[in-house]
Design a protein around this ligand. Structure first.
Ligand SMILES: O=C(O)CCC(=O)C(=O)O
Ligand SMILES: [Fe+2]
Length: 900
């Protein structure tokens, strides 16, 4: 059977007494509802003169000069009334901005009306073009037409009620106090040479509400998608007729029995096209629950009940998920997202349709929409709704994440944006910082106590063995906690690592032999390996996209760890240690308590941190992790919990996520029933451990390149950073007299502390500029390499001048090198989790951290074998330059994009 265009039905029988004809009409309408939800009606009661007068006014309105139209631009209000320019919308991803301009009218609602106060579905006063000639007639005609359309919508719904064997007045409650929007549209002729694949009057979409009644002028262009034949059918204009189609809310209401179908406009006629759709949403407070006769006996409805407001508003919110960016000026995507979020407009829930439909098509493997997304420039004209983050993100992550996950994650992003940077995130900034602080406790701590331990313990052939043991722990820990964060969640690592580190750190103080000492440090390493990678992910996943740059600033906490360890060493080690020329035979435990006091203090502080995190701060599991595991209901709770902590309205509902499942064809996640017990969850996820999924990090060529470069950078930094930090002091100590070396060390500490606070802070500011992460990373790595070279060269020459020069030229070189090095490091720590999607973030970040520590082991080998000559510093300098160069080859920039 060939595809059939929507039939033209005579609606006049609805107003007559011919029962047989009525039944026929009902049957015909029913057939259309079941088939594709589109039909045309003639014989309605809207006078032809009124229709023509409206169309005349539509032409006149759009014929005004652009400045006049801009005076009533819809951006002047937040309830979506007024004018929208050509190209303001992209309804079909991968096509050019829609070639249409529009004007929105709705019920005249005053600002003290409960609908306005309750922000119900774009209710509010209209914006009239007061300076237009005869504006009063324009207004009166429009409002007269608007009210006639309400009446027609009620009649159409009465027939639809009959198709479901319901009474005519079944929808009375729904239509009482109903909200609806009238939209005047003008489609200029599409240039003859425009690309078929890209040019759209209005891109393929479905409508959102219950029914749409569309008056077309006399120019064709509207097409309906025929799924069965995979073709687009023309809906030819019929004088005086209305095209009637069902929207998504009706489809849900009818348990998907009735169809809300895809349609689009391509104006190839060479003429100006005008049309007037009327979108009927219904009473905002009405509860949409599966209509009678829409499911089999005993079968549960597919969707839980929801209000019209939530259903419409929910999809409107979901449209955020489409990451549509309203571009007024060249702003960053994130800044503009903030603008978008202050809009309540049909546009945005239309736009979700676009994205969702696109996906739906992908699923159906119908090659309906073009995949020419690459050609879409993000720099489209001013005033367009452009999908910057989304299209690029989509292309970059490809099949490594599902569309459903990506869209849900984008919805979460928008919710986070709405909740905003508040108390919860600032507290998290501090408690995540504990991870950085303790990382430093252990890494610096072990180095500071080793000399004292070597004096006291018997059988210590090589004290650095304990460092190797610690590093082995770090390597295991980074890998274990990183990958486990994707499998069993972020929270176990967040809670456990500090406790384990704290307990074993304290316990080290009680040890009396070297083997136990090494074993304990391995365990501490295992815990510490998870701190920074997982804590950075956690912070990232709770912070709104607009504040994502703060992730870079987190590295500042290192400094605090450093200061604490230095102070403790100064107080305890200097005063309670055996003299440096002692041996285990002469060094008594009681004279050598300094390192023990140091460890007890560090351990106790870590336990306090753990207590604050777990008992006081109370973090929910990361919503993105939960979504990646299909635990949507818990994700909703987690997001709303943060909203409550920030004293903001709860932004997320389960329906919003279900909407995504619905259109992507995924399984709808029910509410509470999906909550598994903790042990079931762990069991379920541990199964995955066998097959840690690296494939997803190499899902396409770009992602594979990205992952490889990132990991290579980490390995290289892993070697370069400790080469500099660990060997500069030793190296200097060898070169200079003991005296100046002491003050040097002291000086170095001060410089390091200052630089390690200001480095990450300034980096955080800089990565949030046009330079972005990659440029800043590349530039700072190269510059630090250059300064390292310059410093070492100057240092070699000026060796004799020693101390005096430290404050001079090469002292500055070293500070500059250090600064850039810290900056590069901080950016790397932030960029890595940011650039991977949450379902694989832990694996990618954990592996990166593993490589970093492996690099550390290489560094100590290099240091040992070169006998602390100047060579390691040259190696370090060269490696930094290598890091800088390869980071320019990274294919993806995260600045301006909220992490997925
Ligand atoms: O202009 C048309 O014919 C269709 C308009 C439409 O589909 C819409 O605005 O949703
Ligand atoms: Fe439409």
């Amino acid at each position: 059977m060939p595809a059939e265009a929507p039939p033209i039905l005579d609606f006049s029988v609805f107003y007559g007494d011919d029962e047989a004809a009525k039944l026929e009409l009902t049957a015909a309408v029913k057939k259309c509802c079941l088939h594709n939800g589109f039909f045309q009606i003639i014989g309605h009661r809207v006078p032809l003169e009124l229709q023509e007068k409206v169309l005349e006014w539509v032409k006149n309105f759009f014929a005004q000069p652009q400045e006049e139209k801009d005076r009533v631009h819809k951006d002047s209000n937040t309830w979506n009334r007024g004018y929208e320019r050509i190209g303001s919308q992209i309804l079909e991803l991968g096509t050019n901005p829609d070639l249409k301009e529009g004007y929105f009218i709705g019920e005249e609602i005053s600002t003290d009306h409960p609908y306005f106060l309750g922000r119900k579905l774009n209710s509010g006063p209209n914006v009239w073009p007061e300076t237009m000639l005869e504006v009063d007639d324009f207004r009166a005609t429009s409002m007269e037409y608007y009210s006639q359309m309400h009446a027609l919508a009620r009649d159409v719904l009465a027939v639809i009620a009959q198709t479901l064997d319901l009474k005519d007045d079944y929808f009375r409650e729904f239509t009482t106090g109903a909200v609806a929007t009238l939209r005047y549209l003008h489609y200029p002729p599409q240039p003859a040479d425009s690309d078929e694949k890209l040019a759209r009057g209005i891109g393929a979409h479905t409508d959102f509400g219950s029914v749409t009644l569309l008056m077309q002028g006399d120019v064709d262009g509207l097409q309906v998608y025929d799924k069965e034949h995979n073709e687009w059918l023309d809906v030819v204009p019929v004088k005086g007729a209305y095209v009637v189609n069902l929207g998504n809310m009706f489809m849900r209401w009818a348990n998907d029995r009735y169809i809300s179908n895809l349609h689009r406009v391509i104006n190839k006629s060479g003429k100006e096209r005008y049309s007037v759709p009327f979108f009927y949403s219904g009473n905002p407070d009405y509860v949409i629950d599966c209509l009678p006769n829409c499911r089999e006996e005993g079968q549960a409805p597919k969707y839980p009940p929801t209000t019209v407001m939530d259903c419409v508003g929910g999809s409107y919110k979901a449209s955020y998920g489409a990451a549509k960016v309203f571009k007024e000026q060249p702003k960053t995507a994130l800044e503009t997202m903030n603008i978008v979020s202050s809009f309540s407009s049909y546009i945005y829930y239309y736009t979700i349709q676009a994205q969702l439909i696109h996906t739906k098509m992908d699923y159906e493997k119908k090659n309906v929409s073009s995949s020419a997304g690459e050609n879409m420039s993000p720099e489209t004209e001013i005033g367009t709704v452009v999908d910057i983050g989304d299209e690029r993100t989509r292309e970059f992550y490809g099949s490594s994440i599902s569309d459903s996950y990506r869209m849900k994650s984008e919805i979460v992003n928008q919710c986070m944006e709405e909740i905003g940077m508040g108390r919860y995130q600032w507290e998290l900034f501090v408690v995540s910082g504990f991870g950085w602080i303790t990382d430093n406790f252990w890494s610096q701590g072990i180095g500071s106590i080793q000399p004292s331990v070597a004096l006291e313990f018997t059988g210590v052939t090589n004290i650095t063995l304990s460092s190797v043991a610690y590093y082995a722990g770090l390597i295991f820990g980074a890998f274990f906690w990183g990958t486990s964060a994707d499998l069993i969640g972020r929270k176990p690592a967040f809670n456990a690592t500090l406790i384990i580190g704290g307990l074993f750190g304290t316990a080290v103080a009680g040890l009396n032999n070297f083997t136990a000492f090494c074993i304990f440090w391995t365990i501490i390493g295992t815990a510490a390996g998870g701190n920074v990678p997982v804590d950075s992910m956690i912070f990232l996943e709770f912070v709104p996209g607009s504040h994502q740059y703060l992730l870079t600033a987190l590295s500042s906490w290192w400094m605090l760890g450093q200061v604490i360890v230095s102070l403790l060493s100064w107080v305890f080690l200097a005063n309670f240690s055996c003299p440096t020329d002692s041996t285990p035979a002469t060094c008594k435990r009681s004279d050598n308590m300094g390192w023990r006091y140091t460890m007890i203090t560090l351990g106790a502080m870590t336990l306090v941190f753990a207590f604050v995190r777990i008992a006081i701060f109370k973090m929910p599991e990361s919503p993105r992790y939960l979504i990646s595991k299909g635990r949507d209901a818990e994700a909703v709770d987690a997001v709303n919990y943060i909203a409550r902590r920030n004293k903001k309205p709860e932004p997320l509902t389960l329906e919003m996520l279900q909407e995504v499942d619905r259109v992507t064809g995924g399984e709808i996640k029910a509410g509470a029933t999906t909550k598994l017990t903790r042990s079931a969850i762990i069991k379920e996820n541990l199964k995955d451990f066998k097959s840690i999924n690296y494939k997803n990090l190499f899902a396409n060529a770009q992602l594979a390149r990205h992952t490889s470069i990132i990991w290579l950078i980490w390995l290289t930094i892993g070697i370069a950073y400790p080469l500099y930090f660990n060997f500069i002091p030793t190296y200097l100590a060898k070169r200079f007299t003991t005296n100046s070396s002491l003050s040097l060390t002291y000086r170095n500490y001060c410089i390091q502390s200052i630089v390690s606070v200001f480095g990450p802070l300034s980096a955080a500011v800089l990565v949030n500029t046009r330079l972005g992460r990659r440029w800043m990373l590349g530039a700072s790595a190269i510059v630090s390499g250059i300064f390292l070279f310059a410093y070492t060269a100057a240092n070699n020459k000026a060796g004799d001048l020693a101390f005096s020069c430290i404050t001079g030229l090469f002292g500055n070189f070293s500070k500059c090198a250090l600064y850039h090095l810290v900056v590069a490091y901080a950016i790397m720590y932030a960029f890595t989790p940011e650039s991977f999607p949450a379902p694989h973030r832990g694996t990618a970040t954990g592996t990166a951290a593993t490589l970093l520590r492996l690099g550390g082991i290489c560094a100590s080998l290099i240091g040992t074998y070169t006998n602390f000559s100047v060579a390691p510093i040259y190696v370090s300098a060269s490696l930094w330059i290598v890091v800088g160069i390869i980071s320019f080859a990274l294919p993806f920039e995260t600045h301006g994009r909220a992490a997925i």
